[in-house]
Design a protein around this ligand. Structure first.
Ligand code: S3P
Length: 182
């Protein structure tokens, strides 16, 4: 699919890779807006992600996630923090690539597990995705998803042992270089 424009940035990556924090920092520097796709989804449907998983299962959530992404792709000059599983559907991957630059924030499973345990929003926003849960779930899903993140991304940036500011700076440098390169 041909790129329509590049005036959005989509941050993709597993839960706990810092997408929302980096999106906020980047938007402030660019003078753009930013949005957390999961928060938008919860407001739009008036219920928590955990509630959607409980009532409709993961498939119900994925349908809503795809509908929200389609809406957000119509925005301009926005940094979007996506949910960690948005890359699972080919339709979503094509949309992301069509509507802006896609940046993959990475971290190893142990780091992610630590961060999720320290995040007060995990309970509401991150229902278990397999019956295993915990570190095993992260390791398994990362192995499954990494090829999809890689296939979708224009750039990958590690978030391990680096501040969100450093991650944001690296992405901004990349964006200014690709603009110069045309
Ligand atoms: C999910 C990640 C979550 C949220 C939902 C499913 C996933 O988003 O969309 O719980 O499948 O990895 P974050 O990446 O913002 O935690």
């Amino acid at each position: 699919m041909k790129k329509r424009s590049s005036n959005n940035v989509f941050l993709i990556g597993y839960r706990g890779t810092g997408k929302s924090t980096v999106a906020r920092l980047m938007a402030a520097r660019l003078g753009w807006t930013w949005i957390d796709a999961d928060e938008y989804l919860q407001k739009k449907y008036g219920t928590s992600i955990r509630g959607i998983f409980e009532q409709e299962g993961e498939a119900g959530f994925r349908d809503k996630e795809a509908a929200v992404l389609a809406e957000l792709c119509e925005h301009e000059r926005e940094v979007v923090a996506t949910g960690g599983g948005v890359i699972l559907r080919a339709e979503n991957r094509a949309r992301l690539r069509d509507a802006g630059k896609v940046v993959w924030l990475t971290a190893d499973a142990a780091t992610i597990w630590q961060r999720l345990q320290n995040d007060a929003t995990t309970e509401e926003r991150r229902p278990a995705l397999t019956h295993e849960g915990g570190l095993t779930e992260i390791e398994k899903l990362l192995a499954k998803r990494e090829p999809l993140y890689r296939r979708c991304a224009d750039l990958s940036v590690s978030s391990v042992d680096r501040s969100p500011q450093q991650v944001a700076e690296e992405i901004l440098t990349y964006l200014s270089q690709t603009e110069t390169d045309g």
